[in-house]
Write a protein that binds this ligand. Structure first.
Ligand code: ZN
Ligand code: ZN
Ligand code: FE
Length: 762
């Protein structure tokens, strides 16, 4: 082909997620197929391609570039310019000039269909190799030490490729051409089984069979995975799961399970097309599904809830283990209750020893901790409940670039942090609650790793308004020249607006459990008129005293006491809330409220759900925050319902929703024998209608046409879809959380967006 003079030349610049996902090898193959010459190289997070050949072939290349790109690649833009033809012969992958600028790190990618086929093919040389990968799949973020991404800078560096793997790596026609994680049984990492004291060690295939046998017998097996350890248990064995709950100190919080195939998921749960797509996406998140009646699953998996978390096997080791176990497995993070997930070999052995009966281990180091992501499908929306493996660390754009590199340290609970350089926001994977030294240490490690990987050296820290949070201390201890504080609910709405590129004022509905208000009270049902520059609180839930403060989140009956004080004591409607609560305790708490001792004022939506669950007699004590709300949502289902009284009035120039008549109507209805699921549905509908009324009033009086929904309460699918639909019916444009979830995992990104805006205006 070099003999004919090239008719034309073009230069293409491709942006998006195009590095570390097999993009250059793909370009190489495509150019070869179309008889084009030239080169491809990575430049500062983009891919540049020089092509020479006939114009029709060049056109074909541009079409196929988008149509046939590797599954995990995401092409944002392709910029084409005419170039000088210089008679290049052949096509080359040129090593990148490593400009000191932002380069993306690819996320971890679930085992692709081709690798899965080879894994189970007797004739393939990687038959049953637990570390089979290719350019389209395998670990990335969790094994990358530094950039640029090649084997030398990953934890695969200790496994020297054998000649056959090296040949595949160098062969443009092989699907492992430039696959940095290429490995085989001759040269790859090892897997082994061992007892908690290191006894009974077995390597390779027998290790997997031994682990499966242990699981069959009801054992808890610590499995070293991709982003950390899992604790695995037979998902059909009730006694084994109860044992795991006891050891992990976890009463009722649902466990996720893993199955090998989509069919296996369909055997245990109903899976819509949309949910199937989420399950099979390259991120392979945990997807919350409705269990199938009569499915062979242990009752202790997700007690009282109508959803179970299911994920598909996402590494070859998982495929082999599930095939051998031949049943769904609970796969929950390898930690004690809320501590960070264990990743190191010895760390896992030591920390998990009290929790497990045996280990299934491997010797490929995990460099970055990364939990499983969690998704829930609600109508047309994917609600991201936890953004971690498979999503992080893909950066999100900010609508306005920050003139200074910054770190937003995030909230107190469900923490993530965000590093910003220019208009790119690197949101960390889920870190968890910032309580305890382990969590703080995890935060600092993840922060250092992120700074290193993305070469961001912040000069500004952004924190929550709360003076006492550990996150605030973290921000201060970084010793940066400047600290900016951002109110929690402003950050919620800013996060949603910013991910949609909206910088003009919106009506924000920020509904959640807790956030520190600028008046020192606990906020959580806030109607804001806001943009990135600031907010005005134009509506709120009527304040209620929360006896015991944070304790009330675990004891819904206490919230009911708070509301009963607003109703004027001795309302019969509240009586179901106190069933089983000792009278002396109850009157103590009543006194506490009456005297205003440790009873902060709250406008929290989460606590309103708790109070409703209490007066309906559904739940008086919760083992995790949000449990009562999840149960109410499950009870309500999607049955049609009419709202109960939930009046809105203007108090001190601000709209105020008064839930006292609503709670009274719920309690009375229940006491008169109205079905609890009907009342749960009517409660939801009341919140929907009152919220929509306020949003419309505010939009009307401020001349706004866009409403943004943020905050953890929008994890409730009924609340989210109904409010979004009713607002849209009123011709309002509705923004919902997409790239990040609605919950506090998005706060750091919102903080970053507000701070970037502020800095750019100075
Ligand atoms: Zn693959
Ligand atoms: Zn090899
Ligand atoms: Fe929040």
């Amino acid at each position: 082909m070099a003999s004919a003079p090239p008719a034309a030349a073009r230069h293409l610049k491709v942006t998006g997620v195009v590095q570390g996902v097999g993009f250059r090898p793909f370009v190489h193959r495509l150019a070869g197929r179309l008889n084009l010459t030239g080169w491809v190289r990575n430049v500062a997070g983009t891919v540049e391609i020089h092509l020479e050949g006939s114009p029709p072939q060049l056109d074909a290349f541009e079409r196929s570039l988008r149509g046939e790109a590797p599954p995990v690649a995401r092409i944002d833009t392709v910029e084409t310019t005419k170039a000088e033809a210089n008679g290049a012969s052949g096509f080359a992958i040129i090593e990148s000039e490593d400009a000191d600028t932002l380069r993306p790190v690819p996320p971890d990618i679930g085992t692709c269909a081709q690798c899965e086929r080879e894994l189970l093919d007797h004739a393939d040389r990687r038959y049953r190799h637990p570390f089979i990968t290719c350019t389209d799949c395998g670990p990335r973020y969790t094994i990358i030490d530094r950039l640029p991404y090649d084997r030398e800078r990953t934890s695969m560096k200790t496994f020297a490729t054998c000649p056959r793997c090296a040949k595949e790596y160098g062969d443009p026609n092989d699907r492992r051409f430039h696959a940095e994680t290429v490995a085989c049984p001759d040269c790859g990492p090892r897997v082994w089984f061992e007892g908690v004291n290191g006894e009974g060690r077995a390597e390779g295939d027998p290790a997997i069979l031994l682990a499966a046998t242990a699981l069959h017998m009801g054992a808890v097996v610590g499995v070293r995975g991709l982003g950390g350890f899992h604790l695995a248990v037979d998902a059909t064995n009730d006694a084994a799961i109860r044992q795991l709950r006891k050891r992990k100190n976890r009463d009722a919080k649902p466990f996720a399970m893993m199955v090998r195939t989509l069919d296996a998921a369909r055997a245990v749960a109903h899976v819509s097309e949309h949910e199937a797509a989420a399950l099979q996406s390259s991120a392979r998140p945990i997807v919350l599904l409705t269990p199938r009646a009569g499915a062979h699953l242990a009752a202790a998996l997700a007690p009282g809830l109508d959803r179970v978390g299911v994920m598909l096997a996402y590494t070859p080791l998982h495929h082999l283990l599930l095939k051998a176990a031949d049943r769904p497995l609970v796969m929950t993070s390898g930690n004690l209750s809320e501590e960070p997930i264990a990743i190191g070999l010895d760390e896992g052995r030591t920390r998990l020893r009290p929790l497990v009966d045996a280990f299934l281990l491997h010797d490929r180091e995990i460099l970055s901790r990364c939990d499983d992501s969690v998704v829930r499908v609600a109508g047309a929306h994917d609600i991201l409940l936890r953004r971690a493996r498979g999503y992080a660390p893909v950066p999100l754009p900010l609508p306005v670039a920050s003139v200074q590199p910054l770190v937003a340290v995030g909230p107190h609970l469900k923490n993530t942090f965000t590093l910003v350089r220019g208009n790119r926001a690197f949101v960390s994977p889920h870190i968890g609650d910032l309580e305890g030294l382990e969590a703080l240490e995890h935060w600092r490690q993840a922060y250092d790793r992120y700074r290193d990987l993305f070469r961001v050296e912040p000069t500004v820290a952004v924190r929550d308004l709360h003076p006492g949070y550990l996150s605030t201390r973290l921000a201060e201890e970084l010793g940066l020249a400047r600290i900016i504080a951002v109110q929690h609910h402003h950050a919620h709405i800013a996060a949603v607006a910013a991910e949609h590129g909206v910088t003009t004022p919106v009506v924000g509905l920020a509904f959640d459990g807790t956030g520190y208000g600028d008046d020192g009270n606990v906020w959580g049902s806030e109607f804001l008129v806001c943009d990135l520059a600031g907010y005005r609180r134009v509506g709120q839930m009527r304040y209620v005293p929360l006896p015991g403060g944070d304790l009330a989140a675990r004891e819904p009956w206490r919230v009911a006491v708070g509301y009963e004080s607003l109703a004027g004591w001795h309302s019969e409607a509240f009586s179901l809330a106190y069933y089983g609560v000792p009278l002396s305790l109850r009157s103590g708490v009543q006194t506490q409220v009456a005297r205003g001792v440790n009873a902060p004022l709250a406008s929290s939506m989460g606590r309103l759900f708790d109070a409703a669950a209490a007066v309906l007699g559904v739940r008086r004590h919760a083992s995790f925050e949000g449990q009562a709300a999840m149960e109410l949502e499950a009870l309500a289902g999607d049955q049609h319902a009419t709202p109960l009284p939930f009046p809105v009035s203007e108090v001190d120039g601000r709209l105020q929703l008064d839930p006292v008549p609503l709670l009274t109507a719920l309690g009375e209805g229940r006491r008169h024998g109205v079905d609890v699921s009907t009342l749960a549905a009517r409660f939801h509908e009341s919140v929907v209608e009152a919220s929509v009324d306020v949003a419309r009033l505010v939009a009307g009086s401020y001349g706004l046409d866009t409403v943004a929904l943020g905050g953890g309460s929008f994890q409730n699918a009924r609340l989210l879809t109904r409010i979004a639909r009713r607002l849209a019916e009123g011709r309002l444009h509705v923004l919902v959380a997409q790239s990040l979830g609605p919950n506090d995992g998005a706060i750091s990104y919102g903080q970053a967006a507000v701070a970037a805006w502020q800095l750019s205006r100075e």
